[in-house]
Design a protein around this ligand. Structure first.
Ligand SMILES: O=C(O)CCC(=O)/C=C/C=C(\O)C(=O)O
Ligand SMILES: [Fe+2]
Length: 328
């Protein structure tokens, strides 16, 4: 088994409320680097850790994380709809491997996913049916959230289980870093909204369009500085990226939900997907980050980051990232 990892922010506002062309070009260049990295690694299995935004998981039953043996996308924010090319056999083997290692994984035989899963597949592979994938939902939105140490344990167990497969496995984390987009909150929600968050009634096309328009408007307000949302936090985002780059994954066990929310906003918890992906890679052996990009993009309500990592050979030929490559 060989392994690699990519962390990639997502935003439903990409292409809908873009920043200056120079910022878009810088992001495109970083994404091109990640795409080239993935192409060179040529994975035959992608373990995709991603959050949901009340399209697939609801308060009626809200697991902290859940692995899918089949999945289909709803097609929100103009993202692709339809079945993902899930490798059911690999998914079942990984689920067994995680459970055998004492992590209480739940399994879905028909997971509904949204742009959180779809965007990285579209960006890196050109579609949701281009590569065998094992989708793993990681709750990063619906409070209460458990300790980050459990996400590291999930990633570690899944990485260890993957070593038993004869595959080239890419661990891919979708989301983060600091951002506070208008995602509904159950606590204090009016009865109609609370009911939708609990029961998961599919929105009508008009309701979906209104929700999407609300997010687009939020991006415009955020970029104009007229908002009550928590600001992007480049210092915190770079602390998070330093932690992954330096392989200090045990540090995340000390990250509290309250600290992450205060520093990075309500959706900063999506960075749990990166924790899982890097913990999985680390479980296969020492690694090194080969590229790192970061830009705060208010128009997308995103501390936007892209990073790639591969196993470290420990030889002198391996150079640490230089300033320009690190995006700092
Ligand atoms: O309010 C709605 O109806 C949908 C909100 C939503 O899905 C927002 C998503 C934002 C992100 O995925 C993000 O910024 O990470
Ligand atoms: Fe998100």
């Amino acid at each position: 088994m060989t392994a690699a990892a990519v962390g990639l922010s997502h935003s439903p506002l990409i292409g809908k409320n873009d920043p200056d062309p120079q910022v878009v070009a810088a992001v495109d260049s970083a994404v091109d680097t990640a795409r080239a990295f993935v192409r060179a690694f040529d994975p035959d299995l992608v373990v995709l850790y991603a959050p949901d935004h009340y399209n697939g998981f609801f308060y009626k039953e809200m697991p902290p994380f859940c692995l899918a043996t089949e999945a289909h996308a709803v097609g929100d924010f103009g993202s692709s709809a339809g079945p993902l090319s899930v490798d059911t056999e690999a998914a079942r083997a990984l689920a067994r491997g995680v459970l055998d290692r004492g992590v209480d994984l739940s399994v879905s035989a028909r997971m509904t996913v949204d742009h959180g899963f779809v965007q990285p597949l579209e960006v890196l592979f050109g579609g949701i049916d281009q590569v065998p994938v094992v989708p793993v939902f990681v709750n990063g939105v619906a409070t209460p959230l458990g300790p980050v140490s459990r996400i590291r344990a999930l990633g570690t167990a899944l990485g260890q289980a993957a070593t038993e497969l004869d595959r080239r496995v890419l661990f891919l984390g979708s989301g983060g870093l600091s951002h506070d987009p208008p995602v509904p909150v159950l606590d204090g929600a009016p009865p109609r909204v609370a009911d939708a968050l609990i029961e998961g009634r599919p929105p009508t096309p008009e309701q979906r369009a209104r929700g999407e328009q609300r997010v687009i408007q939020a991006g415009r307000d955020y970029a104009a500085g007229s908002t009550t949302m928590i600001p992007l936090n480049p210092a915190w985002d770079n602390l998070v990226l330093d932690t992954f780059e330096q392989g200090r994954l045990a540090d995340v066990d000390g990250w509290t939900v309250e600290w992450m929310g205060a520093e990075g906003g309500g959706s900063a918890h999506e960075v749990r997907t990166w924790v899982a992906a890097f913990a999985s890679l680390a479980a296969t052996g020492p690694y090194r980050m080969t590229s790192r990009f970061y830009a705060p993009v208010p128009e997308w309500v995103a501390g936007f980051a892209v990073a790639t990592a591969e196993p470290s050979t420990g030889t002198a030929a391996e150079q640490p990232l230089r300033e320009g490559e690190s995006g700092r």
